[in-house]
Design a protein around this ligand. Structure first.
Ligand code: ZN
Length: 355
């Protein structure tokens, strides 16, 4: 894989900001990633693309009209908090909608032309459900529109199978809620157990007719590289073998990094290099056509080093170190065979329906 990676970026993201500059979700997160890439050899391998104009019809793939209209009204009021965690201002709605539009376009480009498409999205995405707060979460958790669901749902009309992989430290409750009963989108979510938003139990495997297509891997506090390596080997690789997805939509949060103040997970750069290398392997062997990576959380230096390590792994510039895998615990090991059995049954069901 020698071609460039496509990075969707817009300076406009800087307009979504807390004037008091105390919120963890701030423009420096993306600006620091870009500066780091610019100052490295990596930059020559980047094709920088401007974010498209917002298309609200794309947002409606995942969200209700009522939610979108309510958000527009809130954004028009200017800077304020819409819940205890989440701020908006007059730029937020259009910005989130333009990243949602970018996610759809990247998914379609990945399907048609292959390659790696990275969306440097702000604000966040995976906690936003169809009507806003998802699965009884107390807040929207810094998120506005769920880019992951939008990207994955965008390719269904082309009879493609998307696999969504979320390794942000928090559970993607918005994505899970939106995709819950959709058997054609496989969703694997690795997160710390019992932190915000409190959902993502291993026994949550999908709604009626979609059982086994939603796979939650909750990790105990203190889990890190060995558990992420185990999950890659025994969950992600097996799911890819079973599903044979056309594209991967990765919600890449870096708040599972050991330095991050918002989780108790202890992943290091090695995890992100390992995951990047695996994505490269899938592309090189043509097992998948393309990868879309959507920026998730990450609120420390680990965001910058983790992101860079993921990209270095993807481009083959850094080889992963050997990590001895360690099981996340019996709660996962005991339930996984049942989930995979249901997943296989579901895929067979879908195949028989399409003939
Ligand atoms: Zn997070």
């Amino acid at each position: 894989m020698t071609e460039k990676i496509h990075i969707v970026y817009s300076e406009k993201h800087r307009l979504h900001r807390d004037p008091a500059e105390i919120h963890a979700e701030n423009p420096w997160r993306v600006e620091n990633i870009v500066s780091e890439l610019k100052s490295s050899d990596l930059w020559s391998l980047v094709d920088l693309i401007e974010t498209p104009s917002p298309d609200y019809n794309t947002v409606l793939l995942a969200h209700s009209v009522e939610y979108v209209e309510w958000l527009k009204r809130e954004c028009n009021k200017g800077f304020h908090y819409i819940d205890a965690d989440t701020y908006v201002n007059e730029y937020t709605c259009d910005l989130a909608a333009s990243f949602a539009t970018a996610s759809r376009q990247a998914a379609l480009s990945a399907l048609r032309h292959g390659g790696v498409w990275i969306i440097l999205a702000r604000p966040g995405g995976h906690h936003a459900g169809r009507n806003g707060r998802a699965m009884s979460a107390p807040t929207l958790g810094f998120c506005i529109f769920d880019y992951t669901s939008i990207a994955a749902l965008s390719v269904l009309n082309y009879e493609a199978i998307p696999l969504a992989l979320d390794f942000d430290a928090h559970h993607g409750n918005g994505s899970q809620e939106i995709l819950w009963s959709e058997p054609r989108v496989i969703h694997v979510d690795i997160h710390q157990w019992r932190i915000y938003p409190g959902t993502g139990w291993v026994t949550d495997i999908g709604g009626q007719g979609a059982e086994g297509t939603k796979i939650n891997i909750p990790l105990y506090r203190g889990s890190g590289d060995p558990e992420f390596a185990w999950t890659l080997n025994y969950v992600v690789k097996r799911v890819v073998d079973i599903v044979k997805p056309n594209i991967l939509v990765v919600f890449a949060g870096f708040d599972a990094h050991v330095d991050d103040p918002l989780s108790g997970l202890e992943a290091t750069e090695h995890t992100y290099t390992l995951y990047g290398s695996y994505l490269r392997e899938l592309l090189e062997t043509n097992i998948i056509q393309g990868v879309i990576i959507i920026l998730g959380g990450g609120y420390s230096r680990g965001l910058i080093s983790g992101f860079k390590s993921l990209v270095e792994g993807l481009l083959g510039l850094k080889k992963p170190v050997v990590i001895e895998p360690r099981s996340p615990g019996e709660h996962v090991e005991n339930t996984l065979p049942l989930i995979l059995k249901k997943l296989i049954e579901n895929l067979e069901n879908m195949k028989s329906k399409s003939f």
